[in-house]
Design a binder for this molecule. Sequence first.
Ligand code: DQA
Length: 142
Amino acid sequence: MKLLVINGPNLNMLGIREPDIYGTKNFKALEAFIWSSAEELDLEVTLFQSNHEGEIVDVIQSAYGAYDGIVINPAAYTHTSVAILDALKAVGIPTVEVHLSDINNRDEFRKFSYVSLVAKKTICGLGFEGYRKALEWFAEQK
Ligand code: DQA
């Protein structure tokens, strides 16, 4: 099973960025965690990170016919991007949404997620472990 893991804006700043919320481990550590989780679950993953909405739309479009699933942490675009929602709807690839923090217990504006409208599952508040849970969800569909 081939999965595309997409991380949105500012996630490349993990470790530096608001460590009280997002933890002290950096983005490289997150990537290593995802790689090792995928290996354990016998899943093939491609990792992609961008700070640009259009690039995320492009990578979702290019996943059409090439990937069996998408794991996405759209970061701030979660709460704003109809374009990312539409791209996910356009390709029709099963998607699991992940957030490091618990978006339901933070600012009011973080409670709404466009991506949740299309996601098969949303996992939040579990830190890195949320990505493993997302991969496990796909492994269970095999
Ligand atoms: C986030 C939560 C978003 O509200 C925020 O804008 C992020 C990260 C998370 O992983 O907890 O950048 O998606």
